[in-house]
Write a protein that binds this ligand. Structure first.
Ligand code: FE
Length: 345
């Protein structure tokens, strides 16, 4: 497939941020002809930078999706090729899988890229994103307690005990480090029994993958010792959430998962409801939009825990206030600390 010149230029910028240059070995992992345009443009951009690039194209297994059940499972020669390079561009979605950890543990840095090209064009990363994320993660690393409140009635506390901090700023230049382009946000998780209180998922908040809906009727979650003990609400959204979670027949589905906030000024809260490209998106706009609080349920393997339930929902909350050990980080959806803020926002 011929690469589109504008896309090649865009991807070249992104690879430069990833410190790809002459002699860097780079593998582009893809399935069948899924995101063939992305693959062709990454290979062309890598060639312009004089990197040693090649494509690892595998058969898409029926029903394969994120992480567990991915098409790379059991394909030892493909895995060996991916482990042998400096950098992997993942167009498949290995997120949360053993295969991803195996590859990054062997040394390569990895960049996940699965959003539509129109979304990528709008959300190009820059070093200032990284600086602001690192200012946030320095605070998160020291924090003992996070409290989140909202006008709708959220009041929940997270007690931290050393789980990994996830930093996402859309590029990666360090061996073994994973990132996802696009999206600028950070997160960690509480100790297993360390979340208590109420989370109100309010009108305009989002239930992301796999439901992909804006909530129109508030849902009230009661959380005790890290577990959701009640999903309250009279509307359709609450009924769907109750049914969806019960469908996994797994008590660990009701655990509270990662928690953090969004710092991406280019991500749009309204994207999922207003842009046709949203049909092919995994909702990075929702996860990353500036000043959101990203609440989530289910597994905690991403931050180093051992709950690997398959029921995972990211739930960006709008207009919340978030404090870390008493310092206000987000105030009604606005970022407060100067070192995380974007001019004029
Ligand atoms: Fe998540």
């Amino acid at each position: 497939m011929a690469a589109n010149a504008e896309t090649v230029a865009l991807f070249r910028k992104q690879l430069e941020l990833c410190d790809v240059g002459a002699g860097t070995s780079l593998a582009v992992l893809s399935e069948d002809d899924v995101r063939a345009e992305h693959a062709a443009a990454f290979l062309a951009a890598a060639a312009e930078l004089e990197a040693d690039a090649f494509q690892v194209n595998i058969r898409k297994k029926p029903g394969s999706f994120f992480g567990p059940g991915n098409s790379l499972q059991g394909n030892e020669p493909a895995k060996a090729a991916l482990k042998s390079v400096d950098m992997v561009v993942d167009l498949v979605g290995l997120l949360w899988s053993r295969e991803q950890t195996e590859i990054t543990d062997a040394g390569p840095r990895m960049l996940l890229v699965i959003e539509p090209i129109d979304v990528l064009k709008r959300m190009v990363s820059n070093p200032d994103d990284r600086r602001r994320i690192e200012a946030g993660s320095a605070r998160l690393a020291k924090a003992k307690e996070m409290r989140i409140t909202s006008p709708g009635g959220t009041d929940v506390t997270y007690r931290f005990g050393g789980y990994r901090i996830g930093e996402q700023y859309g590029y990666t230049d360090k061996p073994g480090r994973w990132d996802h382009w696009p999206g600028v946000f950070l997160y960690t998780a509480a100790v297993e029994d360390g979340v208590d209180g109420t989370v109100v998922i309010d009108t305009g908040d989002q239930l992301l993958l796999p439901t992909m809906r804006y909530v129109t009727d508030p849902i009230t979650l009661t959380i005790e010792s890290g577990m959701i003990t009640d999903i309250g609400g009279e509307g359709l959204d609450a009924a769907l959430l109750r049914s969806f979670m019960a469908g996994y027949d797994d008590p660990r589905a009701y655990s509270v998962s990662h928690i953090g906030w969004g710092l991406d000024p280019r991500a749009r809260w309204d994207f999922m409801g207003t842009d046709p490209a949203a049909a092919d998106s995994t909702g990075q706009d929702g996860r990353a939009f500036y000043g959101n609080v990203l609440f989530s349920t289910g597994p905690n393997t991403e931050v180093g825990g051992d709950n690997d339930t398959l029921c995972h929902i990211d739930i960006p909350l709008k207009g919340c206030t978030l404090t870390l050990d008493g310092e206000t980080i987000v105030d009604g959806g606005r970022i407060v600390p100067a070192d995380m803020r974007v001019e004029g926002r």
